[in-house]
Design a protein around this ligand. Structure first.
Ligand code: SF4
Length: 163
């Protein structure tokens, strides 16, 4: 992902991500270890599409519980930096307050940036109208922010076209 230590690297294209998801999906069926994706929220959409076709990964191989809520920047997650800055995530380094004051829970619930990220109906572009939106939480908000500067825009590394 083009952020943090990887900011000078090229991220995967949407098509490359689909190939990667297929490899992860196939490996998940036989791996003796658990595969965890970071900033790969839209694998949930990929998995759902496979599931509809009867192409399941056994529960021991899945990196998320089917039916569970997705976690994303500012959605079930927040980050506190070494200076106390409260941010949606380490990859969305927007200063929304400091843990010294006000309370962390208050920032998470009421700061406008968190309110935006908690409400998936505020997503824009193709993620706004996507039928998988609640399932994948609009893909990586961090990658979207890093590549476009807009944390509510379309996930650039998702090949899916809604509808
Ligand atoms: S278009 Fe957006 S909401 Fe739809 S599957 Fe892709 S990342 Fe998820």
């Amino acid at each position: 992902m083009p952020t943090g230590r990887g900011s000078r690297l090229q991220g995967c294209t949407a098509d490359q991500m689909e190939v990667l998801f297929q490899k992860i999906h196939t490996l998940s069926k036989s791996a003796s270890f658990h595969i965890k994706l970071t900033e790969g929220q839209h694998y949930r959409r990929f998995y759902r599409q496979k599931e509809v076709l009867g192409d399941f990964v056994p529960p021991r191989g899945r990196h998320f519980a089917v039916g569970s809520k997705p976690v994303n920047s500012g959605l079930g997650f927040c980050f506190v930096s070494h200076t106390g800055s409260i941010q949606p995530s380490g990859f969305v380094p927007l200063d929304c307050g400091n843990v010294r004051t006000p309370a962390l829970a208050d920032v998470y619930r009421n700061h406008q940036t968190f309110r935006d990220l908690l409400d998936l109906s505020k997503l824009t572009g193709k993620c706004q109208s996507c039928e998988y939106r609640d399932y994948c939480s609009g893909g990586s908000r961090a990658r979207t922010f890093a590549t476009t500067g807009d944390y509510l825009g379309s996930e650039v590394a998702c090949a899916y076209r809604p509808g």
